[in-house]
Design a protein around this ligand. Structure first.
Ligand code: ZN
Length: 211
């Protein structure tokens, strides 16, 4: 189980870079495992990662393994602690999400697909220094009722029920961020009303569920 999860974590990290969501080793990924999580190591190129490079740690920061965990492990631990629905977490600095976040903007309901993150909008978490408990608090607040948030002057964090789904969600949100950025360069976005978004959210609760 653990070996398979380590391999899936490495493959998803590599896919995250191949998809253009992430450059270099700035992003990080984790998955729940044995009362803790497996997380990508700090500052290593994903291309050459092997199983032993993946770090297991508990939510207090106690590690097993030969590598140091991602410097941003703290908000991963906070999400697993606060959100029972989070099984895998992806964090990256994708260009369009990061650009909006550097303006302090979240993503409003300019398009119905915004509901994919679980709510009528995708919030932008307040800024705090990376790796701090203060940043974790901001991320937890921005994720309330959502599976994703932008992070001011930073990037994107999202979670899902497994690693492949977290990657799919991140790609969808970066696409939304790209379209929203385009709209902002042309004018003002027209926002879908709360009542319609409530309808969309109801439909999304069964979206992708095959009989
Ligand atoms: Zn980051």
């Amino acid at each position: 189980m653990t070996a398979a999860l380590r391999q899936q974590l490495i493959e998803t990290a590599q896919a995250m870079n191949a998809s253009g969501l992430n450059q270099g080793s700035s992003g990080n990924l984790s998955v729940r495992c044995d009362e803790g999580m497996l997380i990508t190591p700090s500052g290593m190129n994903y291309a050459g990662l092997i199983d032993d490079d993946v770090v297991w740690m508990d939510y207090s920061g106690n590690c097993r393994g030969s590598r140091k965990p991602s410097s941003e492990w703290r908000f991963h631990a906070a999400i697993y602690t606060h959100r029972a629905d989070a099984q895998a977490i992806l964090h990256a600095h994708p260009v369009n999400c990061a650009a909006l976040a550097c303006l302090g903007k979240g993503i409003p309901a300019f398009h119905y697909m915004v509901a994919i993150a679980g709510g009528k909008d995708i919030r932008c978490a307040d800024y705090a220094t990376f790796g701090t408990a203060e940043l974790s608090d901001h991320v937890i607040a921005a994720l309330e009722g959502r599976k994703a948030c932008l992070m001011a002057h930073h990037g994107l964090t999202c979670f899902a029920e497994d690693l492949p789904e977290a990657l799919v969600l991140a790609i969808e949100i970066e696409q939304l961020a790209a379209v929203y950025s385009r709209i902002l360069s042309m004018g003002e976005a027209k926002i879908i009303g709360d009542a319609e978004m409530a309808k969309v959210l109801t439909k999304f609760s069964s979206y992708g569920v095959q009989d």
